[in-house]
Design a binder for this molecule. Structure first.
Ligand code: SF4
Length: 318
């Protein structure tokens, strides 16, 4: 059945000509917003364990994590093309030689088509990216480099309010730097951060479209019991939007997004244990299906409102 948005799985199929699966890798890294470089508190929604709840131990080598995940996924889904996905915390926040070693180790594993680094926008620069590209080229001429940038919101006031310690400018700089080097760019957004309105979400779709990023992953805010947000919620200092409002934000986002940008998820997942608010207590797939149903009923789709770039005001003369 045709989906009303460009699925990331299709993007991978178009790119590699076959089904491709991301294999998470857990590195022993931290984050400049937690180790004192930029601050100790972290983003107010960040749980202490980062994003590692469905990953293997960081004590295992990169190679062994990939081999173990590859054997399991490959057999279960009949897939033999993979992406090594450095997922947890801020994966480029390392001394360059160490980062190159991890990159080499990943690229040397058979059937790895790309190495993705999930990171903060203020933790990439041209020199690092060029060096990583060179490192990959030595090990495998076919393995590409990609970055997934955690932006979360384009509203710089919300970025400050969640203690993100970077603004929108750093994100734009990171995307332009990567694009200049022909590096694939993904972006992570949370569509319901307290303080954000639907207009912020629409502007996010427009900015990502103008920057021509390659893919985006959407999340609903979930609250870990050890996070600053958990304390703020208990004190009544923040409010969470309704599920219906979240779904409207996803639809508005998709309508404004360039139809050529792939979408990895419409809603995120998280461990139930230790989480005090997660997806309105509903399974993620139920929320996902409901969004699709609403879009089909309204006969709308990704890109339905993508008409604002390239001199919109000149259209009347054409
Ligand atoms: S940048 Fe990521 S890892 Fe660092 S504090 Fe924020 S959410 Fe946590």
């Amino acid at each position: 059945m045709k989906q009303p948005y460009y699925k990331y799985s299709q993007f991978l199929k178009n790119k590699y000509g076959e089904k491709t699966y991301k294999l998470p890798v857990n590195l022993p890294v931290t984050c400049p917003n937690r180790d004192g470089n930029l601050g100790y508190k972290g983003c107010y929604f960040c749980g202490e364990e980062g994003a590692d709840f469905e990953m293997l131990s960081e004590q295992m080598s990169v190679k062994n994590q990939l081999l173990e995940n590859k054997a399991y996924i490959g057999e279960r889904y009949g897939i033999d093309n993979f992406i090594a996905y450095f997922q947890n915390y801020t994966n480029t926040y390392l001394e360059l030689n160490q980062l190159k070693e991890y990159t080499k180790e990943a690229a040397a594993v058979d059937d790895i088509a790309a190495v993705y680094f999930s990171t903060r926008p203020d933790t990439v620069n041209k020199y690092y990216l060029e060096e990583l590209q060179k490192t990959l080229a030595v090990v495998s001429s076919k393995t590409e480099l990609a970055v997934e940038l955690g932006l979360q919101t384009v509203n710089y006031k919300t970025l400050a309010a969640v203690n993100r310690q970077h603004g929108l400018a750093e994100f734009i700089d990171a995307v332009l730097t990567a694009k200049q080097l022909d590096i694939e760019v993904g972006v992570h957004l949370i569509l319901n951060l307290p303080g954000d309105e639907r207009a912020d979400i629409i502007e996010a779709a427009r900015i990502l479209s103008a920057l021509k990023v390659d893919h985006v992953k959407l999340h609903a805010l979930y609250i870990r019991e050890n996070s600053v947000y958990a304390a703020q919620l208990a004190r009544g200092e923040i409010e969470l939007c309704s599920l219906a409002e979240y779904q409207e934000r996803v639809i508005s986002f998709l309508e404004n997004l360039d139809p050529g940008i792939a979408v990895q998820r419409l809603i995120g997942r998280a461990p139930e244990e230790g989480t005090i608010f997660l997806n309105w207590d509903l399974p993620w797939w139920e929320i996902h299906e409901d969004i699709i149903k609403k879009m089909k009923e309204r006969k709308t789709e990704q890109g339905a409102k993508f008409n604002y770039l390239q001199g919109k005001a000149l259209a009347k003369f054409n």
